[in-house]
Write a new protein. Sequence first.
Length: 251
Amino acid sequence: MDLQLSGKTALVTGASRGIGRAIALGLANEGVKIAIAARRVNLLEELAREIVSARAAEPLVIAADLYQEGSAEKLAQEAAQGLGHIDILVNAAGGSRPYPFEATKEQWAEGILVNFIRLRELSHAVIPGMKARRWGRIVNITGTSEPRGLNAANSAKAAVHAWAKGLSREMAAHGITINSIQPGRIMSEQIVRFHPTAADRRKFAEENIPMGRFGEPEELANLAVFLASPRAGYITGTVTPVDGGMSRFAF
């Protein structure tokens, strides 16, 4: 299937590793001119070389620390200047923040900041340009709705789901879709920290994942690339798990 993405532009945050990196590769391979952003520029440069070696357009590399005040607006401006405009935004930055009950207000504020506040600020910064062109795609990489304990990221991602649903209703008339993807146990640096050995991952998968294994970033990226495409024009306001069947809820 031709996803009709050739010639589109995209900004992908959290692109240095894991899911964000896989999505950036997937978009580039479909002919999208991309800007890749993260704190670890050396990893972005490695990704850029891989994209060029695959005969795709050289990406724009942007060093971005979303913990800094004003960083979202600055990133949106730099990406728009480098790409000409932004058709697609993939919000893949952020990460798990498991906290004990005794965690401080500062810890909770930090976890909410990058996982929700900066994501919202960045999205709101790129939407005016999408509205002007009457086309846009925003894909959020979020998290489980079945937390196993206190985790600031889970709370922040739940906020993303509610915000994205409301915003999707307002933006649909402008040709802009907004969707969220919930990763299950997708192989990444973070997952390896939580499940450091192959034996541990195998035991967890056998007990919790009907597919019997952890997922690969490319398996989630396939959905993200489709949602970013014109082919997905009638899909908006959704929250879709990619977890090998691990989630237990039906709706």
